[in-house]
Design a protein around this ligand. Structure first.
Ligand SMILES: Nc1ncnc2c1ncn2[C@@H]1O[C@H](COP(=O)(O)OP(=O)(O)OP(=O)(O)O)[C@@H](O)[C@H]1O
Ligand SMILES: [Mg+2]
Length: 254
């Protein structure tokens, strides 16, 4: 059975989407079958994989409110071995629309239960909040992977996130585990990045991935071409880093 990884951090702009896209692509490159789920109304993972998010009829929004079934919501083989459930701005209304729904913490989990076994990995990109959408991702997930940007305020909000993961584990999803943290946007020209890595390591108990994602301009450019980094610039430092991260993720067992 596959592993479902929620990529979460309520801090904005830390590399969740970049990691969702490129970790998924690196896993697929290694022969794994991957389903990517975009749970962010910004739809950046969706457009980063080259889909026109404003032209989509069947997205995670329609899936969650029961207007389309899972088969329709999954857009198949957008790249080799990669399927996606896309998102767009419509999803922003879901929280209000489902305010009285039964078991609303489990809507996503229920929706994908039928297809879960078709994949080796399911990667869920979360929005920058601890909202109902992130909770749905965490009840669906086996593990939570937390990207941490190598900048001064890196630790801010991390304890709140860990607390949320623990609450979800206690009350909603006893199987949830911390996949670990991955440092992103590491800048080898400054001491700050190194200091942040050391400082965070001292303050957390969670697994820290050995692979550190460098700041790499190619990673920032790739989404505007709708391509994951391993296709946009296969030999770039960013592509190499996500391959190494994928190796580590595959090797870890839960
Ligand atoms: N390793 C990197 N090197 C260079 N630029 C990066 C890197 N990782 C992310 N970026 C850029 O930083 C910005 C934020 O990254 P990203 O969208 O992945 O973060 P996010 O956590 O998903 O943001 P949000 O919270 O808004 O969803 C983007 O413009 C992205 O292209
Ligand atoms: Mg994002």
């Amino acid at each position: 059975m596959g592993r479902v990884i929620a990529i979460a951090n309520q801090k904005g702009g830390v590399g969740k989407t970049t990691t969702s896209i490129n970790l998924s692509a690196a896993l697929a490159e290694k022969g794994k079958r991957v389903l990517v789920i975009d749970t962010d109304p910004q739809g950046n993972t969706t457009s980063g994989f080259g889909l026109d998010k404003n032209e989509l009829e069947n997205t995670i929004y329609e899936l969650m409110i029961g207007e389309c079934d899972i088969e329709k919501a999954i857009h198949k083989e957008i790249f080799e071995r990669i399927d996606i459930i896309p998102s767009n701005v419509n999803l922003a209304a879901v929280e209000i629309e489902l305010i009285d729904a039964d078991q609303k913490e489990y809507i996503l989990r229920e929706a994908i239960s039928k297809v879960k076994d078709n994949y080796d990995f399911i990667v869920i990109d979360c929005p920058p909040s601890l909202s109902m959408l992130t909770i749905n991702a965490m009840t669906t997930a086996n593990t939570v992977l937390v990207p941490i940007q190598c900048e001064y305020y890196a630790l801010e909000g991390l304890s709140q996130l860990v607390h949320t993961v623990n609450l979800v584990k206690e009350r909603l999803n006893p199987e949830l585990e911390m996949e670990g943290v991955v440092f992103t946007m590491f800048d080898s020209r400054t001491n700050l990045s190194l200091q942040v890595v050391e400082n965070v390591k001292e303050h957390i108990q969670e697994n820290v991935y050995k692979t550190i994602i460098p700041r790499n301009i190619r990673l920032a450019e790739a989404p505007s071409y709708g391509l994951p980094i391993n296709i946009y610039e296969p030999k770039s430092a960013g592509a190499e880093a996500y391959r190494l991260l994928a190796d580590e993720v595959v090797e870890r067992e839960f």
